[in-house]
Design a protein around this ligand. Structure first.
Ligand code: EPZ
Length: 418
């Protein structure tokens, strides 16, 4: 298993360009199955998760061609294999996005139970209930779920009891080719959703209200294939802004969309972080003293759960007692043990809340990367720590951050992949 070796406390300066959004690229690639025509995608991040999805699409019979770096063409097959590769599905929970288009277009798909991960059990009850509401039959065996809709899907009103990003996206994809109207109530509002809907509408779909809690989809017979320019990754941008603030560096985070980070940026300013916000960049200036804060994760446009771990690292350097409350996932605070081993002073008040007392100097340790976002958080902690930190299991970081050691080395980080 490869590792990162990082020497902390080096001076960092320069520009950090942000990649295309992982959590948009995965959805748009899944949407390629809705059409019989090819689709091209630019600003496509080349990371483990997107590679896994392309592997699944190839396994189904799609041609996925890398035309040039970050630029892909996906040619869907006329006839498609109906089973999603079980081993690959276990590596990528987002594979569930494929069930919507495959059910709507081909009438059948079987999918292994998606692996849970460290941040929670990740159930798919919202998907199963919603597909049944659209007229699909779902058979659950010990190893997989088989979804069938031989007569196609019929639109209806779907009220989500919980806000789910991929359930909103997957059902929006399925409803695009269903008969009649589908209304999604209590839908997620993440920016990746209107980006997906805008593309589908350009290809002939009829979707209104994406980006709001109420989305209305009028089913169409088919949609065309076309080009999608991926949006910037707001979570990568947020991770890098926090990296700059935590290391008290002057860094410019470029190729991002600050509008997607309004609440996190306001929270950082309240902490005392000095920022200059441009149209497609955010410049961070060294801040001597950070104030403690009380932060709670929330669905968009609230504070994103995906930057909860990096923000916790920043709060270890804030003066006083901070509170971080994780409201989205039941298991997304366990990485804090690793930070405490590095010298942080974090207490678990209850499974959903921690208190962080700072500032605490951090020191190098041999640690592991539990999941994507805790992984980047631990990498940021290693940049603050005195000495050389070893991070194991860096596949988790590579799942969401492309060539991260090259991009960090370019701003002065001493990091080696071994
Ligand atoms: C998406 O996951 C993102 N992944 C996650 O990012 C992100 O953390 C999450 O949304 C929340 O913003 C992608 O877009 C590929 P949810 P998703 O369904 O859709 C519960 C990253 O690091 N739930 O919005 O899987 C669920 O357990 C990843 O990039 C059910 O109960 O998350 C959670 O508590 C991590 N039943 C809550 O809803 C269901 O059927 C929100 O999860 C589905 C979800």
């Amino acid at each position: 298993m490869s590792q990162f070796l990082i020497t902390g406390q080096t001076k960092l300066k320069g520009e950090l360009p942000v990649n295309g959004a992982k959590n948009c690229a995965l959805k748009i690639a899944a949407a390629s199955l809705l059409s019989a025509e090819p689709m091209t995608i630019s600003n496509f991040p080349e990371i483990e998760d997107t590679e896994r999805l392309l592997e699944i699409l190839r396994d189904l019979g799609c041609k996925c061609i890398r035309q040039k770096p970050h630029d892909y063409k996906i040619i869907p097959p006329q006839r498609i294999k109906k089973d999603l590769n079980h081993d690959l599905v276990r590596k990528l929970r987002a594979s569930i996005l494929l069930v919507g288009p495959m059910l709507a277009r081909f009438g059948k798909v079987s999918m292994a139970h998606p692996g849970g991960c460290l941040i929670g059990k990740r159930p798919i009850d919202l998907f199963i209930t919603s597909f049944k509401a659209l007229g699909a039959k779902v058979t659950t065996t010990a190893t997989c779920n088989i979804f069938t809709a031989p007569l196609g899907l019929t639109g209806c009103r779907i009220v989500f009891p919980k806000i789910s990003v991929t359930a909103t996206e997957t059902l929006m994809l399925a409803a695009t080719l269903a008969k009649g109207k589908t209304t999604l109530v209590n839908a997620a509002c993440e920016p990746e959703i209107p980006a997906l809907a805008e593309y589908l509408n350009r290809m002939g779909a009829k979707i209104n209200g994406a980006g709001t809690p109420n989305i209305e989809i009028i089913g169409v017979k088919k949609i065309a294939g076309g080009h999608f320019e991926n949006i910037p990754d707001r979570i990568e941008a947020g991770s890098f802004i926090i990296l700059a603030a935590a290391t008290k560096s002057h860094l410019k985070i470029t190729h991002c969309n600050p509008e997607h980070l309004e609440i996190p940026l306001n929270i950082l300013k309240d902490l005392g972080v000095k920022l200059k916000v441009g149209k497609d960049y955010i410049e961070v200036f060294p801040t001597a003293k950070l104030k403690a804060a009380q932060i709670a994760t929330h669905e968009y446009p609230g504070f994103p759960t995906d930057i909860q771990a990096p923000m916790t690292v920043l709060l270890t350097q804030a003066t006083g007692e901070s509170i971080m409350r994780e409201n989205i996932f039941e298991g997304r605070l366990i990485y804090t043990d690793i930070l405490n081993r590095m010298g942080a002073n974090i207490k678990l008040d209850n499974p959903q809340q921690i208190s962080i007392n700072g500032p605490t100097p951090l020191h190098a340790k041999e640690v592991e990367s539990p999941d994507i976002r805790a992984g980047i958080a631990i990498l940021i902690a290693a940049l603050l720590a005195k000495g050389k930190t070893t991070i194991n299991n860096i596949y988790q970081i590579d799942r969401g951050y492309e060539r991260i050691e090259e991009r960090l080395a370019a701003i002065g980080v001493q990091i080696k992949r071994v």
